[in-house]
Design a binder for this molecule. Structure first.
Ligand SMILES: *Cc1c(COP(=O)(O)O)cnc(C)c1O
Length: 284
């Protein structure tokens, strides 16, 4: 919002429900309140796979609201949109096809090396109009090196650009959608396995539902925020695993995002053992 010149004061953060999905009633109320105040809501952003918990907003409902309110519907699917590649996960992205624009990253769940983000915009003419510019030194021509319009630079701010598409092409060509989808499904199965292990351990607690490949949990104890922050750093420094942390309703959570095709159940067991060991040691 800052880079587009609106400023973050123009951004409305909408409350989420118990599953960490956008509260559509709060959304509709906010849009009405803003219109009442003479403002012009124009952009609705839904998330397909949130960073913190992997939650999916109800995209069909958001598409309906955006249509009724004449707003642009953008979906942040940085990693979650690619769930479309696993038939078992595809229902999560229902409604995605109604987005006006979609951002997602090949460098996350598709295993393409950094960096390779992607944006799809439905209205090609509008997209072109937004970015095209034709300075004298870039004259378009019917033939010769100036031919082949529209050029890639007509669709974004970059003029010079790397050939990022090549690594995506190789990844898809070498592994194929089915195998990549199967790897993603396996990550989600490992996340469910981790969630079950946490629920079976009285010293641990799950802090959010696990709809995808992300698990948020903590070791119970006095001063849990500090304790769990220390547990995570200990495990990172020991070289056992690399969980991160986040905050769930203000409380610090150990956040495990499973994206490697090499991860197996034994790794999950090792992580749980390490959390239990560090938690007991640090609270002793
Ligand atoms: C990773 C991520 C981003 C940021 O994407 P980058 O490609 O790292 O800039 C935005 N939104 C979500 C949901 C993400 O997971």
């Amino acid at each position: 919002m800052d880079m587009a010149g609106f400023g973050t004061t123009a951004l409305r953060r909408i409350a989420v429900d118990a599953d960490h999905c956008i509260d559509t009633q709060a959304l509709v109320a906010q849009i009405a309140a803003d219109r009442e105040a003479g403002l012009q809501p124009f952009l609705l952003v839904g998330t397909a796979g949130t960073v913190d918990t992997g939650a999916f907003d109800p995209l069909e409902q958001l598409a309906d609201i955006a249509a009724a309110e004449a707003m642009w519907f953008h979906v942040d699917g940085a990693f979650g949109a690619l769930a479309v590649m696993a038939p078992e996960l595809r229902h999560l992205v229902d409604g995605l096809s109604r987005a006006d624009s979609l951002a997602f990253d090949f460098h996350k769940w598709l295993h393409v090396p950094y960096d390779c983000g992607c944006i799809l915009v439905r209205d090609g003419a509008l997209h072109h109009q937004s970015f095209e510019s034709e300075p004298a030194y870039l004259a378009r021509a019917e033939r010769g090196t100036g031919s082949g319009a529209p050029w890639f630079c007509d669709f974004g701010p970059d003029l010079s650009r790397g050939f990022r598409a090549l690594k995506v092409w190789f990844t898809l060509r070498e592994f194929g959608m089915d195998r990549l989808g199967a790897a993603m499904l396996h990550d989600c199965q490992l996340a469910s396995y981790l969630a079950a292990r946490i629920e079976a351990e009285p010293e641990l607690e799950l802090m959010a539902p696990v709809p995808l490949n992300i698990v948020c949990f903590r070791f119970k104890g006095l001063d849990p925020n500090r304790l769990n922050a220390d547990i995570v750093i200990d495990i990172q420094e020991a070289g056992i695993a690399v969980p991160s942390t986040t905050r769930i309703a203000g409380d610090l959570a150990i956040r495990v995002a499973i994206v490697s095709h090499r991860t197996i159940e034994a790794d999950i067991d090792r992580l749980v053992d390490a959390v239990l060991e560090a938690g007991r040691r640090l609270s002793a």
